[in-house]
Design a protein around this ligand. Structure first.
Ligand code: SAM
Length: 204
């Protein structure tokens, strides 16, 4: 996975590559799909949701340009795999999932793997986590119709928000950098995610 899917596609951040080597991805897929866990595609995890393709997890992690000191907010805990990668890379991870069942399952797996630097919340992540803001980095792992304003507002000065934005069928992966009251936006590539559902996302 690391050689054929990540290094060959320009994932160069050595800390991101190391995290992929350390985290057992098969732990995060349904038990019947273990042999597919390291394949080059997303996998269904129930409730119409997916664990993202390894390359997309790596690309988004690399886009966050993490030094190790940051606090990171993730919207869309899903299987917990992206949260595990982030928790290897930074001090503190905050992750929000709208489906309680998925959040509880992810919490069990991440605690069993020994992670103690991840805080979980069940709810609408489009509104962010006001009590814990500001965040140095925010990553949204579901497709948003537009950039949620609450997430921009909860970014630290100099912070980065990585988010797929666009129509339900295809989005573009955007990196937004906060510079005081200004926000600079850069498009990375086309991508396809499940819908971000919530007050500042798609209607259910
Ligand atoms: N990061 C996940 C992983 O590593 O497995 C993949 C996430 S999956 C592609 C997208 C997740 O976003 C789903 O679990 C979905 O329920 C969740 N989601 C969608 N809208 C949400 C919202 N407003 N707040 C929190 N989670 C949301």
């Amino acid at each position: 996975m690391v050689e054929e899917q990540l290094k060959s596609r320009n994932i160069k951040d050595p800390r991101v590559l190391d995290a992929f080597i350390r985290i057992p991805r098969h732990t995060f897929v349904p038990s019947g799909d273990c042999e597919k866990a390291y394949g080059d595609y997303p996998i269904h995890i129930g409730l119409d949701q997916t664990i993202s393709q390894p390359y997309m997890v790596a690309l988004m992690s690399q886009c966050l340009a993490l030094g190790g000191w940051e606090s990171v907010l993730e919207i869309g805990t899903g299987s917990g795999y992206q949260a595990a990668i982030l928790a290897e890379l930074v001090q503190e991870v905050y992750t929000i999932e709208r489906h309680e069942e998925l959040s509880l399952r992810a919490q069990g797996k991440l605690k069993a793997l020994g992670f103690s630097n991840i805080k979980f919340r069940v709810g609408d992540g489009t509104l962010g986590w006001p009590e814990e803001q500001p965040f140095d980095r925010i990553i949204v792992t579901a497709g948003a119709p537009h950039v949620p304003g609450a997430l921009k507002n909860q970014l630290n000065d100099g912070g980065l928000l990585v988010v797929p934005v666009g129509p339900a069928e295809e989005q573009s992966l955007e990196i937004i950098r906060r510079d005081g009251a200004q926000f600079e936006q850069k498009t990375v590539c086309a991508c396809r995610f499940v819908k971000l559902i919530g007050e500042e996302g798609w209607a259910e």
